[in-house]
Structure formats: C-alpha cells, structure tokens
Design a protein around this ligand. Structure first.
Ligand code: NAI
Length: 633
C-alpha cells in the first residue's frame, strides 16, 4: 500500500499506520480511503484480536478530508458519491467484530475524527498539539461521514452541537472529561496504554439518561434550541450549513444520504464554494515567510499604549520573551494588567498563565533592544517622535535584528530617513483589538531589504497571525478600503437615515459590525483624520463634523453616534431599510480594492479579498468583495 503501513504483532493486534505519501500531514483523500477499505478486507480474513489506527506523521493524526476534492464536485451525483464514500466505509469500520482503537496524537480534524468515532475506543495523547474538531461548518458543509450520527451518541447532543455548529476544537483532557476520548495519556505511555485498552473488553461508557432522551424522544427540543442559538450568529440565507446539520440529525439520524436534496443544496451552495475559497486564501497567507529560516525568541516593543501593550501581550502568549518599553512604569502597568486578563482567558491553566506573565518584562530603560530579534515601534503617531526614537535605537540593535513600525498613517519612506540602514525598516501593522484580529499587514517600502520582509512574515506566522504583504501607501490595504465605505455610511446619515438603520443594513448584508458602530469604536477624531487622508473627502460628513466639534468621539468618550454603556453601543431600533442600501454602501469599498490591486499595493485580487476578510471581517460567505463583484457580473 502507498499510504498505510500494516503491522501484525505477536499479540494478535494489528497496527495500521497512516503516513500519506508525499505530504507532511495526513488527509483522507480518495486513495487513502480505498486503501483503508482494502485493510478491512484483509482483516475480515485475518480476524485480529484488535486494530489500532495511528498516524506516522509528526504533524499530527489526520487533518481531515481532501478539501481540494470539494472544488471538483460539479454534479449532484459526485457530491452524493463523496458523502457515501466515507459514510459507508466508516459504518463498515464501526461494525467489525474485533475491537478497534484510534490513537489520537496531534490534530484530529473532520474526517479524521469521524474515523475515530467509528472505532470502539479513542485514546487521546495528552500534549498541547492534540486537538479534535469537526470544522466542516466553517467550510459551509456538514460532517457527513458519520460525525452527525456518532458524535451525539458519544458525548450527547448538546456537547456535539457545540462542536459541530462552531467547529471549535477540544484538547485531550477536555475530550476525556466530555467522554469523547476514553482516556488521555502522556506520550511516553501511549503505546502500552493503546494495547491494553484495545484488548480490555471494557464496554463503552453509556450516556446519562437525560442525554439519551435528548438524543431520542426529546430531539425536537434540542433541535429547536440549537436553531435559536445558530440564528443569533448566522442567517440561514448566508450560512445554510449549520441549519442543515440540525435537520439531518433531527430528521435523518445523522445520515445525509437519506436527504439527497440537502446534500445537493449545501454542497453546491455559493456559500460552501466561497468558504472553501476563504480556506485556501488563508492557506496562501500562511505560506508567506516560509522561505525565511528566522526563528524569533525575543521581541522588544516600544510604546505600551493600546496597540504596543496588546502586541507585547500577544507575543508573550505565543511563547516569546517580550520586553515592553514606555516612558514610565505607570504607563506600562495598564498593559500588564490587560495582559494578565488575556493570559487567564486564553490559557485557563494558572501555571501556563503565570509562565506567560513571566515572559512579559516591563523595561523602561529599553535594555531589551540589545537582545531582541524583533523590535516593534508603537509610540505616538508623530514623525519627530519616531525619528528621535529610531536614532536612539538603531545603534543598539543586534546585527540582523528586524526593526518594525506599527504606524497606521505615516510613510515608511519618511520615517526611515534617520536610519543608517534605511532598508531594514519594515511595517508590521496590527489591527485593533490585537487578540481578535487575525490579519497583520507586512509593509514594504520602496527599496526595503527582501530578507527583512520575509523575516517579518515568518515572525507574524510564528505568533499565529496571517501576514499580508502590502506596498507602502496611505492606509495600506485594509484602512484604505474601509475609509470610503465609512464615508459612504456617514453620508447616508447626512441624508437622513438613522445610524442604527445604516448599521442594520450592513449587518443584514453579513458584516460583523455596522460601519457607524465601527467608526464609534475606532474614535470619531481618528475616523475624521483618516477620512481626510484616505477617502479623499474634501468635506467631512456633517454628522461627523458635528460630533467631533462637540467632543463626542465615540466609545472612548462614552458618546458618539451611539451612547456607550459597559463597552457596548446602546442602539435604538432601526427603521425600514431602503432597498439596495447595503450594495450602495459597499460599492466604494469594492472600487477602492480594485484600484489598489491595479496599483500593485496588494499583489492580486485574491490577496485583496483575503486581506479585507481577515482584516475587517467582511462577510466571508461572499468570498470577499472582489469575488462578490465578479460573481455579480
Ligand atoms: P497610544 O497613544 O495608546 O500609545 C502610545 C504609547 O507610546 C504611550 O503609552 C506613550 O507613553 C508611548 N510613547 C510615546 N513616545 C514614546 C517614547 N519615545 N518612548 C517610549 N514610549 C513612548 O497609541 P496607539 O493607539 O497604541 O498607537 C501606537 C501606534 O500604533 C501608532 O503609530 C498608531 O498609528 C499605530 N496603530 C494604532 C492603531 C489603533 O487602533 N489605535 C491600529 C494600528 C496601528
């Protein structure tokens, strides 16, 4: 066999190791599944004492189905055949007379988890990389290879929906606690533990009575609750898959083949096509910086304000040692407090949170500069201040260290004039709030050192963000496309629509936040300055001028277009939304994105779409503004 390796041990246990040829991670391609069915044929004859399924890859267990194969599904028959391929095979695995065990170490996603669920036992290896998930919903599809049947049976429908409708992943300990894994063991004992468990004859734990009722006679109650939860987050016309998952579980016992009309509707939906596109766009961003061998260990951040403080905290969260500089300890203290909350929320384990906290070092004197692999400047947006800082910092840098600025609006070409080696300055432009926004623009000024740009992309990947290379230009990509969109939204307010109506139109379109609320969040003074610089507005919208003149600057001053209470906008009810409003407001964004692609600020239309989706949350089901424009032509 090309992808599987079969070993028959003296004990009568057979170990099947998946090591997909020519790939660093295992995926369940058509070929891999055909070979697996041949293994089951052989074992029908041999009748082992037990079967252990494991991975031969360092990267993890199984990353899922072959997503490339989805892009080839152009007929209803092909879609049904793809679902049947895994559904039938895993039903066959679930029915074999000998005990089976899936040894899960590292990621176990989608089809990989469905294969594991068809085994009698799941043994999770307790290490940080072990993660189990059914993320199909994020691609606009459903776990059709038995996930919708077997996950609710194993963990109860509430916990199963929590996983299937969000795509979230579960670590080894949590998997054990919720009954998804039979046990979680450290790597050093996994071999022995797997053999013991598969031969143990131990019956699978039964679900508690309530969960069995919810999985049976009370299905309708669970389904209706789940539909309400989903409706809060995703409209059915934009995201049909989560609704389909609930329907298939409730009415078809988790068997999508019993509802061919749902298969056809979901797999051929523009949403699935676009979300698969977004997946590949994300993979493309992840590829930037791969050529660089740079491995960052120490980061020095200068400016502990809202951005610098959060950038420093994020780097410490991701395992780097970070020194954080500002003019006084008092200015660093609020950033450290915010960091503490972030660590507690994200790491949960107090020991890990403590370790992250220890990696974040206040550094008023800037001693960290001399040891840092990356120095990020995030001080006031002022050329003279940044010049003075760069002059002081450059002589103290390690040779080869990366010097970066987080500036939003100043030209790198102007900032680097004071440097001895101006070609080493790159922009690493984070978005606010740092912990939430996946995109980071890596800004290339004319004549910048390509090795530095690659190192910047590699650094961004190392801290688990998505780098987007852009050329130096006002607003780069993301702010440049947002500005004319916000301007159009405020002009609509000038024309008499209420802010709540404008925002409601864009939420209905599929944006994560309305443009007026976004302006309030950014700060109306900043929105006004950006409007002048980026949207080419000769005159700011009247509504904006009025607010700024009265000192109503949005969220930070408690009042803007909305009143802000406890960090939330208090929104009055929206009026009826005029037809075509959303399309009209989004048009300037699309046009600006087209101009930026034409000017080479971003390399191509796909990357522009990726940047706008991951930098603004632009409705992912559309596949991005330029993709949407293309589809409507
Ligand atoms: P901020 O005003 O919250 O923080 C700036 C910090 O820098 C202050 O704590 C200040 O004490 C410190 N600082 C000033 N001069 C210093 C010096 N010479 N040495 C050490 N510390 C010094 O500013 P914010 O919003 O964090 O912005 C910082 C940079 O990030 C700016 O260049 C801005 O354009 C950029 N940016 C801001 C975003 C935002 O949403 N606020 C988003 C992306 C980039």
């Amino acid at each position: 066999m090309k992808h599987w390796n079969l070993v028959k041990e003296d004990s009568g246990i057979v170990v099947a190791t998946l090591d997909k040829a020519g790939e660093s991670a295992n995926i369940l391609s058509a070929e891999v599944l055909v070979e697996f069915s041949q293994i089951l044929d052989q074992l029908d004859l041999y009748q082992p004492k037990g079967l252990i399924i494991r991975s031969g890859k360092d990267a993890g267990f199984i990353a899922g189905a072959d997503i490339q194969e989805f892009t080839l599904l152009d007929t209803a028959e092909k879609s049904r055949a793809l679902v049947a391929r895994g559904w039938d095979l895993f039903n066959r695995l679930a029915a074999v007379p000998y005990p089976t065990l899936s040894l899960v170490r590292g990621h176990c996603m989608g089809g990989g988890l469905e294969l594991s669920l068809a085994c009698r036992y799941i043994l999770a290896v307790d290490e940080p990389g072990t993660k189990m998930a059914l993320p199909e919903v994020m691609l606009g599809i459903f776990p059709g290879w038995g996930g919708m049947l077997r996950l609710p049976q194993r963990v109860g429908p509430t916990a199963a929906f929590d996983m299937m409708l969000t795509g979230k992943s579960i670590d080894a300990q949590r998997a054990k606690k919720m009954g998804l894994a039979d046990d979680a063991v450290p790597p050093r004992v996994m071999e022995q533990a797997a053999r013991q468990l598969v031969l143990s004859g131990q019956p699978r734990g039964k679900l508690p009575l309530l969960q069995r009722l919810l999985n049976g006679p009370l299905k309708a109650v669970v389904a209706s609750g789940a539909r309400k939860q989903v409706a809060k987050k995703a409209r059915q016309e934009h995201y049909p898959a989560p609704y389909a998952i609930i329907d298939i579980w409730q009415h078809h016992h988790g068997n999508a083949l019993a509802a061919p009309e749902i298969i056809e509707r979901i797999i051929s939906s523009p949403t699935a096509r676009n979300l698969v596109r977004v997946f590949f766009l994300q993979e493309r961003l992840k590829g930037f910086g791969k050529e660089s061998a740079v491995k960052v260990r120490r980061v020095h951040v200068i400016g502990a304000g809202s951005m610098g403080g959060d950038i420093a905290a994020w780097c410490a969260l991701r395992g780097l040692t970070v020194t954080l500089q500002d003019q006084s300890l008092e200015r660093i203290a609020p950033a450290v407090q915010r960091a503490q909350k972030l660590f507690a929320r994200r790491l949960r384990d107090p020991l890990l949170a403590r370790a992250a906290f220890d990696r974040l070092i206040p550094d008023v004197n800037g001693d960290g500069v001399a040891h840092a692999d990356v120095v990020i400047e995030a001080i006031f947006e002022d050329v003279a201040a940044k010049h003075a800082l760069f002059k002081a910092v450059e002589p103290r840098l390690k040779p080869g260290a990366l010097l970066a600025t987080n500036t939003s609006s100043l030209k790198l070409e102007d900032l680097r004039t004071v440097l001895d080696r101006p070609d080493r300055l790159v922009g690493i432009h984070f978005f606010n709030p740092v912990a939430m926004m996946p995109l980071v623009e890596v800004v290339q000024a004319e004549g910048a050192d390509p090795a530095m740009l690659q190192a910047a992309c590699a650094f961004v990947r190392q801290i688990d963000k998505l780098p987007l290379p852009v050329k130096s230009a006002p607003g780069f990509l993301v702010n440049a496309v947002l500005a004319p969109y916000l301007l159009a939204a405020m002009r609509a307010v000038d024309e008499g629509l209420t802010p709540a109506t404008v925002d409601a139109a864009m939420l209905a379109f599929g944006m994560p936040m309305g443009p007026i609320e976004l302006a309030d969040t950014v700060g109306l003074d900043i929105a006004m300055a950006a409007g002048q610089q980026l949207a080419g507005a000769s005159q700011a919208p009247r509504c904006l001028q009025g607010k700024v003149a009265q000192g109503q600057l949005g969220k930070k001053s408690g009042l803007g277009f909305y009143a802000w209470r406890d960090g939330k906008a208090v929104k009055p009810a929206a009026d009826a939304i005029p037809a075509g409003l959303a399309e009209r407001l989004v048009q300037p964004l699309i046009e600006r994105a087209e101009q930026l692609v034409a000017a080479g600020i971003v390399a191509d239309a796909d990357l522009a779409d990726a940047g706008v989706i991951f930098g603004t949350g632009f409705a992912p089901f559309t596949g991005g503004p330029l993709n949407m424009q293309q589809a409507s032509l």
